[in-house]
Design a protein around this ligand. Structure first.
Ligand SMILES: O=C(O)c1cc(=O)[nH]c(=O)n1[C@@H]1O[C@H](COP(=O)(O)O)[C@@H](O)[C@H]1O
Length: 246
């Protein structure tokens, strides 16, 4: 089980199918970030081996967003524990039994060295309208709080949410849950498919532990320099940009 950092840090999302490019990005950004994220694109192309490869630079946030019946998710968690990720994701909408099974599987596999279990609440690409179209009533903030309560009661260590729900989650659940926040955009960056966004500084001020940042770093001409610039923006607010452990 990893510990929460003392202050916010950056997680660089290595979204590419090319393990060589992921390696180059990892090397360039490692001095400026706390973790490296291996997500579906990279994992599906390069497999578990890429997690071990990237972990040579920084601990890995393995973001595969499991969502299946409890027995299947427990098996998937046992399988990925062999790569020793620091954190992994599942969908909060998978329900209590799935989350409990994931946590038990992680504990059985790695004991105290298990990855932190993070529940994704409402994807940051969702607008209120897009969420309503899936049949969920009440808007993103209400659904994030609903899924957060369910996930934390089922044993999740933290939550993935947009910058716009961070302060409400802190008000509701205090300092204990890890809050890992994508949809972060430095001023002037393209939002792309992200709908619920904020700047790194505002996201940290709201109470985030970790900022997940992909394209603003990896689409830059110099990814290392882009990561350094975001980190120094956070540092200028007296925050540590790259704690060494999650
Ligand atoms: O779980 C995630 O990391 C995640 C959840 C979410 O709601 N939204 C979201 O964007 N992400 C991930 O965060 C990263 C954001 O990348 P950029 O939009 O390029 O900064 C991507 O790798 C997404 O898979």
């Amino acid at each position: 089980m990893r510990r929460k950092p003392d202050s916010a840090g950056i997680i660089a999302a290595l979204d590419t199918p090319d393990s060589g490019r992921a390696e180059a990005w990892a090397r360039a950004v490692a001095p400026h970030v706390g973790l490296l994220k291996v997500g579906l694109e990279l994992f599906c192309a390069a497999g578990p081996q890429v997690v071990r490869q990237v972990a040579a630079h920084r601990p890995v946030f393995l973001d595969l967003k499991f969502h299946d019946i409890p027995n299947t998710v427990a098996g998937a968690v046992r399988s990925v524990c062999a790569t020793h990720p620091a954190m992994l994701t599942l969908h909060g909408g998978g329900g209590s039994a799935m989350i409990e099974a994931a946590r038990r599987a992680a504990e059985d596999s790695l004991g105290e060295n298990r990855p932190a279990i993070l529940a994704v609440t409402v994807l940051t690409s969702f607008t209120a309208e897009a969420l309503a179209a899936t049949g969920v009533s009440g808007g993103p903030a209400q659904q994030v709080l609903r899924l957060a309560r369910l996930a934390l009661e089922a044993g999740a260590d933290g939550l993935v949410c947009s910058p716009q729900e961070v302060s409400r989650l802190r008000d509701a659940f205090g300092e204990a849950p890890l809050l890992v926040v994508p949809g972060v955009r430095p001023a002037g960056s393209a939002t792309g498919d992200q709908a619920r966004t904020a700047t790194p500084e505002d996201t940290v001020a709201a109470g985030a532990d970790w900022l997940v940042i992909g394209r603003p770093i990896t689409a830059a001409a110099d990814p290392g320099a882009a990561a350094a610039a975001i980190a120094s923006g956070l540092q200028s607010r007296r925050l540590q940009p790259s704690p060494s452990h999650p």
